[in-house]
Design a protein around this ligand. Structure first.
Ligand code: DGJ
Length: 749
């Protein structure tokens, strides 16, 4: 609920309290953001300036409390004594927006500019502030586990107002924090980096035109000794897919100022008299129960209030995607053969990736065109989709509508539709340019073509790709994103049942803006399970596993050359939205059996895997829903003579009894190569036909354990079967080698 009394505003629920008040100078003093408190606690929670700090500017020379530099603020000005970073910059004028009035709204007002908003908030507080010639509206919306904030600036003057920087929120928190950001690049998304926040600014920013894999918009602010299950952690994110900026800096007074919004790099927007500018909505989340506590709150918020309502809690199909198996080299016969095999393995949806249209036989041509390549698909998409459905699979299709190749009919007809910078040469990325989505005719072209194809072929899933950075600067970069949102809204608004998975060279646009239109994102073109432990594991800090496209692909892996067991490729993908993306033609019998076992297990526990409470463990991950918990234990490089290993689960009922069982797995005999001669009665040639044949059809049992045990024991930590120690093979050990893993299913008895 939202309480407003005598200038004190308290947004509270069972998870947290957010408290601020109007000072006698009209500024918004930030009092508390954290565990639930009473409004009456405000005085005790507030910072007392005492006799102030030397060198301060005072709004009232007799009152040290009037030093805007030394009090925690929920919004700050500039040029008026607060020398910390300001969330708002106009054309060199000072800003000092002071409280005018407020309203509590049952529903958050829609964004006039078309930016997406979180849905289903309980109440919204609108605070109006003003300074001569301009009004500032701050919106605070309350959700069960998070709060959102955004701001709107209105030019009330007679002359244009130039906006150079405008953050979605600004907040001062007393205390010492570190900032964790998620940074990387293609096939190396979501590297986790932590920097202490001290006197200099720590910044996370994207300037590629999109949210980017360079710096994900989500970040954490936490006490330096916070752990997975203890300590204070704040999480922030932006419901936006364009250039973003976040910073944190600690002041002399020990206040950490944090803010987030559209990147100010090259940003300029001129507001005509009467015009308004709306910032994207930011998400603010708190937990005193460590990173795990924070993630649980963020996951709930995203699952319940970000992803489109149609897909809320709705289970996703196990898919097969043609890309890594075929790339551009396919025809209808090959696709149908793959689809038949995919169906036998347990897949439910067949996705045709890039290469089905125009002259798209490689990545140099065809983008922008929508005519189906009838050489590859003589019966058109409709004919292909029909045949695939007859096999018992749904049909999904890849599009990359925002880009154009110069070698395309579209570009030849409309070179001016591409995004150019007047007076500069074009700089292609992956041989392509971006279409200028600020142009209505470009948006209409995309909406008409994509909609027509979706309706003509009964498509139930779309992979929406985008493979380059932008050259749009300033407000044009922002308008480009608004154009993208307009397109997505017009295509998928009337077709909510289509499952939209966004993708941008993998995870180059993994953000809450895209998730408002489609419930899942292709995390990375890197499907190596060991890389995915980091990519998916780090995404899990801020995003639920129901948003992670996670596919099993071939080994050695195309991006890392790492050879990993098929069991581990499946075990890692279980903790996301399982799919398969490899050539199925050459699978051998033991691989077919393993994949069938994977899809069977995943489908049986799909709800738990996709929507269960996700927890990070010391040596793996856990998902729990109702009476079922499933844990994955993952290894990278093995140690010689490894020590005992424990599985320590979380969140169970101590007094209840559970049955724990290992998912049964097999070990390929080929893995042992020449070592087999020590146990086989005959001298086996490690490179010979006998071993090669045996490897295809025969596999060894790996250790399986099963215990009836209390929740207390499982949370205290049970000791798992020993790992291989160089002392021989035993069916009662985990004989796995590098990159081994196990999955344990735990059910209440
Ligand atoms: C980049 C994506 O990340 C891949 O999964 C694939 O769809 C290719 N584009 C197709 O060109």
């Amino acid at each position: 609920m939202i309480e407003c009394k005598n200038g004190l505003f308290h947004l509270k629920n069972r998870a947290f309290s957010y408290l601020f008040r109007v000072t006698r100078y009209g500024l918004l003093e930030q009092v508390h953001f954290g565990a639930p408190v009473d409004s009456a606690d405000a005085e005790a929670l507030a910072c007392q300036p005492g006799l102030g700090w030397g060198g301060s500017l005072l709004l009232n020379g007799l009152d040290t409390g009037s030093c805007s530099d030394a009090i925690p603020l929920a919004w700050s000005g500039s040029g008026r004594g607060d020398f910390r970073e300001s969330p708002l910059e106009l054309d060199g004028r000072p800003t000092e927006f002071c409280y005018v009035n407020h309203r509590v709204l049952k529903e958050q007002p829609a964004m006039a500019c078309g930016l997406p908003l979180a849905h289903g908030g309980s109440e919204t507080l609108e605070i109006t502030l003003a300074q001569p010639g301009a009004k500032l509206y701050l919106y605070f919306t309350l959700f069960e586990t998070a709060l959102t904030r955004r701001a709107v600036l209105e030019n009330e003057g007679q002359t244009p107002l130039e906006l150079r920087k405008f953050m979605s929120f600004c907040l001062d928190l007393p205390g010492d924090y570190a900032m964790t950001t998620f940074d990387g690049g293609w096939i190396a998304e979501m590297g986790r980096h932590t920097a202490p926040v001290a006197g200099s600014r720590v910044v996370s920013e994207s300037t590629t035109g999109f949210s980017s894999h360079r710096h994900n918009p989500g970040f954490l602010l936490h006490e330096s000794d916070a752990g997975e299950d203890h300590g204070r952690v704040y999480g922030f994110n932006l419901i936006y897919s364009g250039n973003h900026y976040a910073s944190a800096q600690r002041s002399l007074q020990g206040l950490t100022r944090v803010m987030q919004g559209i990147s100010p790099a090259n940003f300029r927007k001129t507001l005509a008299p009467g015009e308004k500018f709306e910032t994207p909505e930011a998400v603010l989340c708190h937990s005193d129960a460590g990173f795990g506590g924070l993630s649980a709150r963020m996951h709930r918020f995203v699952n319940d209030h970000i992803i489109p309502e149609y897909w809320r809690g709705r289970e996703r199909p196990v898919l097969y995607n043609s890309w890594e198996g075929c790339m551009f080299d396919f025809d209808q016969r090959k696709l149908l053969d793959l689809a038949k095999r995919a169906k036998e393995l347990g897949c439910e949806l067949f996705v045709l990736d890039d290469g089905w249209f125009g002259a798209r036989n490689n990545d140099k041509a065809g983008l922008g065109d929508y005519n189906v390549n009838l050489k590859k698909l003589p019966n058109g998409l409709e004919g292909l989709a029909e045949r695939i459905r007859k096999l018992g699979l749904e049909f999904g299709l890849w599009f990359e509508p925002e880009s154009v190749n110069e070698d395309s009919d579209l570009y030849r007809a409309h070179p001016d539709w591409a995004l150019h910078n007047e007076g500069f040469s074009d700089i292609p990325g992956r041989n392509q340019l971006l279409l200028d989505l600020t142009k209505p005719e470009v948006r209409d072209y995309i909406v008409e073509n994509v909609s027509r194809i979706l309706d003509s072929a009964g498509i139930s899933y779309v992979k929406w790709d985008m493979n380059r950075h932008s050259v749009a600067l300033g407000a044009r970069a922002h308008d480009h994103i608004l154009g993208l949102y307009d397109i997505l809204r017009r295509i998928f608004g009337p077709r909510p049942q289509i499952l939209l998975e966004s993708c941008s060279s993998g995870g180059n646009r993994f953000d809450l803006g895209m998730l408002c239109f489609g419930p899942q994102v292709w995390c990375s073109d890197n499907t190596d399970p060991i890389s995915r432990l980091d990519i998916q594991g780090n995404l899990s800090y801020l995003y639920p596993q129901s948003t992670f496209g996670a596919h099993v692909s071939a080994a050695p892996h195309a991006q890392t050359l790492r050879n990993t067991p098929l069991t581990t490729r499946g075990n890692v993908s279980f903790f996301g939205l399982l799919g398969y993306e490899l050539d199925l033609k050459h699978l051998v019998s033991v691989e077919i059996q393993e994949i069938k076992a994977q899809t069977e297990l995943y489908k049986k526990y799909r709800r738990v895997f996709q929507f269960g409470t996700f927890r990070r463990l010391k040596n793996g991950w856990q998902v729990s829903e109702g009476p079922v918990t499933i844990a994955g234990v993952f290894h990278k490089l093995v140690d010689a003579a490894p020590a005992y290993e424990q599985l320590r689960l979380k969140g169970l009922d101590r007094s209840k009894r559970y049955l724990l069982r290992t998912r049964a797995q097999k070990i390929r005999v080929g893995q042992f190569a020449g070592l087999l001669k020590h146990v086989a009665p005959v001298d086996l040639n490690p490179n010979g036909a006998v071993l090669r044949t045996a490897d295809k059809i025969y596999a060894l049992e790996d250790g399986v354990e099963g215990y009836h045990v209390t929740g207390g024991a499982l949370m205290s930590g049970i000791t798992l079967l020993p790992l291989f120690r160089g002392t021989g093979y035993d069916a009662n050990q985990r004989t796995q080698g590098d990159f081994g893993s196990n999955v344990y299913v735990v059910e209440e008895e």
